[in-house]
Design a protein around this ligand. Structure first.
Ligand SMILES: Cc1ncc(C[n+]2csc(CCOP(=O)(O)OP(=O)(O)O)c2C)c(N)n1
Ligand SMILES: [Mg+2]
Length: 546
């Protein structure tokens, strides 16, 4: 069999549905093998868009998303997406081409050492030097990408190897199960929770992928232990649950941080040091129990005393079985902090000012999205507002990146989310900065006939950095920019463009766009003047009075 055919058979055997990317001449054998396969090529307008889509496909399915680029410039365009998948624990395989490795007649034209470049941003990167190795290399790339902790992998298929013949046959995935935690570790954790006076549960990034959601819910319902979420743990357990204490959207000073300070035992499920620390550990103050697929990476602000390493769903199930509510548990302070948080979350939700207030924006989007609707954020100021105020009902319904925290992934991640869940409503929310970093993918979305809504928050600035600049008492400098007319821009792509002039109009337009098929861009002017008052001062002042 031709090597490129063998490669594609191996991808099919892994269940690959889509190949996102942009081929170059070094990929043409592979492309021809794809043409006659069951795998659908999703041609994008930039490799970064393809990489973000593949990573998000992996994030939502647990199966590695696959993307393709050519050598040199195509492969270098994958760098940010590789880091995005790697830090965000999203399974993804990147395939890149290369000039012939056996006989090269082109000197160093377009040649970059891509395998070396991928080394620090992947779990596994290999050049394929013989067609006979293809089945093993492909299987290993998928195994590494998908195994806990998931991440990015890379294979380079040079054009002369792609053209070779081979008798090798595809290696199928083995029957395998994730290892479960040791009995003694579970007992030690249960004892610590039972002995604590004020235990609290944290749901972090690592809890947000497998079957942990159901077990966590049962654990919380049975024990009555209150919980909070990290940005990437949002939705694992319904944030409308009466025991929810809030989201660690801010680094400190929020009501949730007061609750955390008050706890004497933190059950930390799925914490991953790639997320901004949701709390800082201090020596001797409280017991931290780390429950995750992998052991804790020790950090100056994170050094748990007890670790339960193994399948998270299984560990929570066993803990739930050995824990009953204790008379000496005292949740009164937590109840008070929740009451104050919930009251505070309502402030701003009735603000009708225009340009729109961030709290009102979140309230309108939340109101119009069904429980299973998916909101995909880019990176900017609004991420903090969404993380704190948007209460998720179901896992992976607010896709945000609190790991690489890159700009430019909002739109591609929404496109991939729609492809994975065609029956759900999908909305991307980006700043005018982040949107323009990959706005060319609107053409891809229109071509694929995806039904998505892209909200572009227009402040004519890199607002988040402007806020941080002001926080540091620097004068405003180097953050303001202009924008295209986003309505005309949408129309130029064959999408629909909307520009509301009031909150009521925004609401109407968003509702309309959710009801009608096709790609919509809503150009929404936003007022960030309350960032400082609310996020830096008000929350801090109110929570300090608790
Ligand atoms: C690729 C990339 N470049 C730069 C940054 C640093 N950065 C974080 S937020 C931000 C500004 C975002 O501006 P915009 O998308 O307009 O959102 P806004 O904060 O204005 O709502 C910048 C420059 C980043 N996170 N990612
Ligand atoms: Mg902006």
């Amino acid at each position: 069999m031709k090597a490129s055919d063998l490669f594609v058979r191996a991808l099919e055997s892994e269940g690959v549905q889509y190949l996102f990317g942009i081929p170059g001449e070094e990929n043409l054998d592979l492309l021809e093998s794809i043409r006659t396969s069951s795998i659908k090529l999703i041609l994008t307008r930039h490799e970064q868009g393809a990489g973000f889509m593949a990573a998000t496909y992996g994030r939502l399915t647990g199966k590695a998303g696959v993307c393709l680029a050519t050598l040199g410039p195509g492969a270098t365009n994958f760098v940010t997406a590789a880091a995005y998948a790697q830090l965000g624990a999203m399974p993804m395989l990147m395939i890149t081409g290369q000039k012939p490795v056996k006989v090269s007649k082109q000197g160093h034209f377009q040649i970059v050492d891509i395998v070396a470049m991928m080394m620090p941003i992947t779990k596994y990167t290999k050049q394929i030097i013989s067609a006979d190795n293809i089945p093993a290399r492909v299987r290993e790339a998928f195994r590494r990408a998908e195994e806990e902790r998931p991440g990015a992998t890379h294979l380079e298929l040079p054009e002369d190897i792609a053209h070779e013949d081979s008798d090798a046959i595809v290696i199928k995935s083995s029957f395998h199960r994730r290892p479960v935690a040791d009995e003694k570790a579970v007992h030690r954790a249960a004892d610590a929770i039972l002995a604590a006076k004020r235990p609290i549960l944290m749901v972090g990034a690592g809890a947000n992928r497998k079957t942990s959601a159901k077990m966590l819910r049962e654990f919380i319902d049975k024990t009555g232990i209150p919980f909070f979420t990290t940005q990437m743990g949002k939705g694992v357990v319904d944030e409308m649950h009466p025991l929810w204490l809030g989201n660690a959207a801010l680094s400190d000073g929020d009501f949730v941080h007061r609750a955390i300070e008050h706890a004497d035992c933190i059950i930390n499920v799925g914490h991953d040091v790639i997320e901004k620390p949701p709390f800082f550990m201090r020596r001797g103050l409280r017991t931290v129990i780390h429950i995750n697929y992998f052991s804790a990476e020790v950090d100056t602000v994170y050094f748990p005393q007890i670790e339960v390493t193994g399948d998270v769903g299984n560990a929570i199930w066993r803990l739930k079985d050995s824990i009953t509510p204790q008379k000496h548990w005292d949740f009164t302070y937590f109840d008070k902090s929740r009451e104050h948080l919930l009251a505070h979350l309502k402030l701003g939700a009735d603000d009708e000012r225009f340009p729109i207030h961030p709290v009102k924006l979140v309230a309108v989007v939340r109101d119009l999205m069904a429980r299973d609707g998916i909101v995909c954020l880019d990176n900017g100021m609004y991420k903090i507002w969404f993380a704190r105020y948007y209460r998720c009902n179901e896992p992976n319904t607010l896709l945000l990146d609190n790991a690489l925290a890159t700009m430019g992934a909002g739109l591609p991640s929404a496109m991939a989310a729609k492809m994975v869940h065609p029956d759900r409503k999908v909305v991307a929310v980006s700043g005018d900065g982040g949107f323009m970093m990959n706005s060319q993918e609107i053409e891809t979305a229109v071509r694929l006939d995806l039904n998505i809504t892209q909200i572009v928050l227009r402040d004519n600035a890199y607002g988040m950095i402007k806020w941080k600049q002001a926080n540091m008492k620097f004068p405003n400098f180097g953050m303001d920019m202009g924008n295209p007319d986003f309505v005309k821009y949408a129309e130029a792509y064959g999408a629909r463009g909307w520009r509301p002039n009031s909150v009521a109009e925004f609401r109407e337009m968003l509702a309309k766009s959710l009801e009608t098929p096709g790609v919509d861009i809503i150009d929404l002017a936003i007022d960030y003047s309350d960032n400082d008052r609310v996020l830096n001062k008000e929350i801090r002042e109110l929570s300090s009075k608790l």
